[in-house]
Write a protein that binds this ligand. Structure first.
Ligand SMILES: [Zn+2]
Length: 45
């Protein structure tokens, strides 16, 4: 399945995604560790 990286709007393939964040049971996929770090820094835990 293809999803959109919420930080840079790039398309990410979930089956091969290496950068995933899980919050409150919701998985979000990223193109890179930098995007994931930005997302986690901007999302309250
Ligand atoms: Zn990205």
């Amino acid at each position: 399945m293809k999803v959109t990286d919420p930080i840079c709007r790039m398309t990410v393939e979930t089956e091969t995604a290496r950068f995933v964040s899980e919050r409150a049971g919701v998985r979000t996929y990223f193109c890179s560790a930098a995007c994931r770090d930005r997302f986690e820094a901007s999302t309250p835990r």
